[in-house]
Design a protein around this ligand. Sequence first.
Ligand code: AP5
Ligand code: MG
Length: 224
Amino acid sequence: MISRRVLFLGAPGAGKGTQAQRICAEDSLAHLSTGDLLRAAVKAGTDAGKRAQSAMESGGLVQDDILFDVLFDRLSEVSDAFVLDGFPRNLSQAEELADRLNRSNLSLDVVIDLDVPEEALIRRLTGRRICKLCGSNFHQEWAPTAVEGVCDHCGGDTYQRADDDEATARHRLSVYQKETEPLKRYYEGLGLLVTVNGDQSIDRVTNDIREVLLGEVSGESKHG
Ligand code: AP5
Ligand code: MG
């Protein structure tokens, strides 16, 4: 594996979490999902969680300082090999990330943008179900659990994320377009951006990402 400091861009529902779990399990990279870190903080009732909760429920962005609190301690532990999923989401977060890595003489190897059309994103989000115990992802339409509401892997209860109803999902997409999409140009300018077609089977997307990480596809290109 050539690329070991990897960032996944991509709209809500693009498959960042699904793909990061697979890639990290196979290649011993740490998976850092800011959405997961924030949901854990909300569940644990920490100060950061209390401050993040309302923005998350409405589908808006959580304040930068809260993100820096929940993310950078974890990142410093694994800064040599990671996939960042859901961070950065605006220019100030991108600049802070570059700065923190720079202080350790590190930089990103590649930024992968998972490209999926909007209506497919809405179907993915509104049908998604997640296991409360093991975090496995299911989809009501095309990857349902064998028994409704029960995880196939561990028997835990599955649930729908509070921000996956259609209205909130559409709001998240508009926040993404306004705040996060401009980062594509930022990373393109740094020669780091590779676009992968995320509108394929999960296996094919994983294969395309692996080719990028192996250095078979270089920056500023479209793949898949
Ligand atoms: P976060 O949890 O990061 O949510 P998100 O970016 O909206 O992305 P999702 O997790 O919904 O989608 P995903 O791309 O991971 O897709 P997945 O693989 O699950 O953030 C939540 C909230 O936290 C934000 O709204 C914000 O409030 C806050 N937050 C987080 N980071 C922040 C930051 N940096 N700054 C400020 N605030 C922040 O897939 C989705 C579904 O599709 C699943 O059912 C899956 O099985 C299915 N699927 C995946 N791939 C495929 C495929 N190829 N074909 C068919 N189905 C597929
Ligand atoms: Mg996710």
